[in-house]
Design a protein around this ligand. Structure first.
Ligand code: EPZ
Length: 430
């Protein structure tokens, strides 16, 4: 099992290149199966979740060619098997995007019930509600969701809660349904817009993505396209908080500053300076961070995927801060780990009360999920002494070369796989 080992206390300085958005890429890859022509996609992050989905797509007959590390071509014309059943698929949440894509094109799909990070119960009732409204029959059997329709027709769908996954999944199926679909109370996240843009570039007719009403006029066929995935705002935000906790000064390249506004606003409340450029952002941190309060909300609110990272920053900020998690009920599982590093955090239901401490001290901690794992790494970068983060498998689901990117900013961090390598690192950093 691999770990990250970190010698903390070094300010991060320099430039970092942000990769493509994992959560946009997952949906776009699934949607690429909806045409018989060859689709070219680049700015893909090379992370475990993406590679698991590509493997599953090959498993159902799609032809995937790796053009380079961040680009693929997908040809879905040979997809014949609508049962997605690789082991890796059970582990990733986004397996459900193949449901919308295959249902849209082939009117049937069978996908394992989604896994993914254990951050709450994560039902998919809203996805199924949308499919049913379009005329599909859905059932769950032997751990699979099965959806099929004689014919998919347009429908007027009002989502009970704002769901990124349900919005995208319904949009994909509706793109090839007969007639018009309206999704009300739709999610507005940048990756919803990116998936709509991608589908439109294949000939779909989707309007309103980025607002809470999306209108889709179904088309009979989709065609080839070349598409570049948007930058990952969560990876970017993670680096912004890493700069904040280490008193650093970093420039993030290949970002869309508009997508980072909620994060930038909070980073400034912490006392950092944020400078925005066309496709870059610079964060300059003060000596000591200020506490603040934050509540996670659907976009354009503060993202739940940045909640652990801001909590880590608040844990070494001046004063008492309150963090309210309003999207997932189980997203404070990192708090016990952070306590091992000296943080003082009390969790009551979906609220964490954080009393800022002077500093973290390095400890051995485990990543409980993807974003919390990244947050523990940035805590380690700020901590005095050595931190070891176990279970980095989770982190690698969504971050490409996290250790390398931090090293390029001056951090002392390495990926290790044995006690011997840990000892070697300790000797090296002194
Ligand atoms: C997506 O998950 C992301 N995953 C998550 O990122 C992200 O945290 C989340 O959106 C919120 O932004 C992917 O894109 C693969 P939701 P998703 O449907 O689509 C409830 C990461 O770290 N809900 O917007 O699963 C749900 O329980 C991951 O990269 C229902 O009740 O999230 C939650 O409380 C973690 N029924 C809320 O809605 C449903 O049918 C929002 O979930 C669907 C959702």
């Amino acid at each position: 099992m691999e770990q990250y080992i970190i010698k903390g206390g070094i300010s991060l300085n320099g430039e970092v290149e942000i990769g493509g958005a994992k959560n946009a890429a997952l949906a776009i890859l699934a949607a690429a199966n909806m045409t018989n022509e060859t689709v070219y996609i680049d700015n893909l992050p090379d992370v475990r979740d993406i590679n698991a989905l590509l493997e599953a797509m090959e498993g159902i007959g799609a032809r995937i060619d790796r053009v380079d590390r961040h680009a693929v071509t997908v040809n879905g014309s040979s997809v014949e098997n609508f049962i997605v059943e690789t082991e890796s698929m059970k582990k990733i949440r986004a397996s459900y995007y193949l449901l919308g894509a295959l249902l849209g094109k082939h009117k049937k799909a069978q996908v394992p019930l989604p896994g993914g990070c254990n951050i709450g119960s994560r039902p998919i009732d809203q996805h199924l509600k949308g499919f049913k409204a379009m005329g599909a029959k859905t059932r769950i059997e032997h751990g699979f969701i099965i959806a099929e329709a004689e014919e998919l027709h347009g429908a007027h769908i009002f989502l009970d809660m704002v769901s990124v996954g349900a919005t995208i999944n319904i949009m994909m199926a509706a793109a090839m349904a007969e007639g018009n679909t309206i999704i009300e109370n739709a999610a507005k996240e940048p990756h919803v817009v990116d998936v709509a843009n991608f589908l439109n570039s294949m000939g779909a007719r989707i309007k309103g993505a980025g607002t809470d009403v999306i209108r889709i006029m179904g088309v009979k066929v989709l065609h080839k396209t070349e598409y570049s995935i948007i930058p990952d705002q969560i990876e970017a935000g993670t680096f912004m908080f890493a700069a904040a906790v280490t008193g650093g000064d970093i420039v993030l390249r290949n970002v869309i500053p508009k997508h980072l506004e909620a994060t930038s606003a909070k980073i400034m409340e912490l006392g950092c300076q944020v400078h925005e450029y066309d496709d870059a952002v610079r964060v300059i941190a003060p000596q000591k961070l200020q506490g603040t309060h934050v509540k996670t909300m659907p976009y354009p609110g503060f993202p739940t995927d940045m909640q652990p990272q801001i909590a880590v920053s608040l844990a070494i900020a001046e004063g008492t801060s309150i963090v309210t998690e309003s999207i997932f009920e189980n997203r404070f599982r990192y708090v016990d780990e952070l306590a091992r590093m000296g943080a003082s955090v009390k969790v009551e239901g979906n609220v964490a009360v954080i009393s800022g401490v002077e500093r973290f001290t390095g400890a051995r901690v485990s990543a409980p999920d993807l974003r919390a794992g990244a947050a523990l790494v940035i805590a380690g970068l700020a901590a005095e002494g050595i931190t070891i983060v176990d279970d980095i498998y989770y982190i690698e689901r969504g971050y490409e070369n996290l250790d390398l990117k931090f090293r390029e900013l001056g951090a002392k961090i390495e990926k290790v796989a044995s006690e011997k390598e840990i000892q070697k690192f300790r000797l090296k950093v002194g």
